[in-house]
Design a protein around this ligand. Structure first.
Ligand code: GDP
Ligand code: MG
Length: 439
């Protein structure tokens, strides 16, 4: 999806606003990209229509190009469709909270049950896990093994009892022994069938769950929509767990699940180990689906932090070539307010593979430069040219800031390049950082 999405916004580069005409090409590519990320067709159609409405005529803030703005609109819409914030696990007013796990065979229900057991344990809560998959003796054993690993008790009646009886007995035990949560693992089938649905309904009736979590393998892609519809219509779900996101699925299923059921994804599974469970964050998933460096965080920060007045003042100075060391310090503060240099640069697509060591060096270098500027007189700060051809001044600055005169010379030379960098920056482009002193 990543490559496609970058294609999608190419047409918007260099335009000065998002219009009816230039947005259509981008939207077509978004549509194709989402289909490739396994979002189901009806969901994609609605999504594209919503983005079109929001993107056309969207106000483009100075310093943000239309293509960046478009990405932001798409991202915001993804986040909105996926529910905005993380939705936590339900908690019943009166213990125990009953959680019923549903889903196809192999989706990761048993694993997710144990993961949740551990998650609750980590929060100081006490869960009882119930093995109600009576069709495969190995399934109950699997849960018991996992329970042993994480130190969470498992209850079952073996394979002779009915699933709903096991669940009901588990609930009675939980109430009696003061467990605060009951996690009921159930049997799936290889595909949606009435037997499974009827069984789920019987278990639901027996334990009256506070939460019915549909466990969905993210690799099933497009089918997530149908699966969700079937479970939601016939059993009624209150949330979902999206598993196997450690694989290379883009996570498009997340969009379908939410759109079809209106229920939030609450957790994601990111590995076979019991620790590999994370709360679901729509924000992060949207970035994953878009598959880009986090451009939009950059855009948002730019919007929040760069005061228009500052930018305009700076631009004027640049045009008049009066950009001096004081401006430089101010510019550095701006960069600092926007987050560390490393964090900032990693948000730029294609730059996320940047070596941390190099970034650290860059930040240290900025600190050293700031120290040197601190050792300058106000006059020198205002007029960088004063320092040219004046070794005594440069020696004084070096001594004052704890550096060698050669270091100061180097910084002065780089400062000239820096002006070039700032000029590019003020034109709205993101130049290579090569022009930064010391980079
Ligand atoms: P169930 O039939 O729905 O109970 O599925 P299981 O919990 O038995 O899981 C089926 C297979 O998927 C097992 O081999 C699990 O180890 C694996 N699995 C479950 N969740 C994840 C996950 O998040 N990532 C990966 N890589 N494997 C998972
Ligand atoms: Mg199982």
């Amino acid at each position: 999806l990543s490559a496609r999405f970058e294609d999608a916004v190419k047409g918007l580069k260099g335009q000065d606003k998002i219009s009816d005409t230039n947005v259509e090409v981008a939207l077509k590519d978004v549509r194709r990209a989402l289909l490739e990320a396994d979002v189901s067709l009806p969901v994609v159609k609605d999504f594209v229509a919503d983005v079109r409405e929001k993107a056309v005529g969207a106000e483009v803030v100075r310093g943000v190009s239309p293509d960046q703005k478009f990405i932001q609109v798409v991202h915001e819409q993804l986040v909105e469709v996926m529910g905005g914030d993380n939705a936590p696990l339900a908690k019943a007013a009166e213990a125990p909270t009953v959680v019923l796990m549903a889903g196809l065979q192999g989706a990761g229900k048993t694993t997710a049950t144990a993961k949740l057991g551990l998650h609750l344990k980590d929060q100081g809560r006490r869960a009882l896990m119930v093995g109600a998959d009576v069709y495969r003796p190995a399934a109950i054993e699997q849960l018991k093994t996992l329970g042993g690993q994480i130190g969470v008790e498992v209850f079952s009646l073996g394979t002779e009892a009915k699933p709903e009886e096991i669940a009901a007995a588990g609930l009675a035990k939980a109430k009696e022994e003061g467990f605060d949560t009951l996690l009921v693992d159930t049997a799936g089938r290889l595909q949606i069938d009435t037997e499974m649905m009827e069984e789920m309904v019987r278990i639901r009736t027996a334990v009256q769950p506070d939460e019915v979590l549909l466990v969905v393998d993210s690799m099933i892609g497009q089918e997530a929509a149908e699966l969700t519809r079937a479970f939601h219509d016939q059993v009624g779900i209150t949330g979902a767990v999206l598993t196997k996101l450690d694989g290379d699925s883009r996570g498009g299923a997340a969009l379908s699940i939410r759109k079809v059921s209106g229920q939030p994804i609450k957790f994601i599974g990111t590995g076979e180990k019991v620790e590999a469970l994370q709360p679901f964050h729509p924000e992060r998933m949207a970035s994953r689906i878009l598959g880009m460096g986090d451009v939009l965080t950059l855009v948002e920060k730019a919007q929040k932090e760069v005061e228009l007045a500052d930018v305009e003042k700076m631009q004027k100075k640049l045009q008049e070539a009066t950009f001096d060391f004081s401006d430089f310090v101010q510019q550095m503060r701006l960069i600092k307010r926007m987050g560390s240099l490393g964090g900032l640069m990693k948000m730029i697509p294609g730059m996320n593979k940047l070596d941390d060591g190099i970034l650290k060096q860059g930040e240290q270098q900025l600190k050293r430069i700031e120290a040197m500027i601190g050792s300058m007189t106000p006059k020198e700060r205002e007029n960088p040219d004063l320092l040219a051809g004046q070794p005594s001044r440069r020696r004084r600055i070096a001594a004052g800031s704890g550096h060698q005169p050669a270091d100061v010379d180097k910084v002065l030379a780089d400062f000239q390049k820096m002006r070039g960098f700032m000029q590019q920056m003020s034109r709205g482009g993101m130049p290579g950082m090569g022009g930064m002193p010391g980079m």
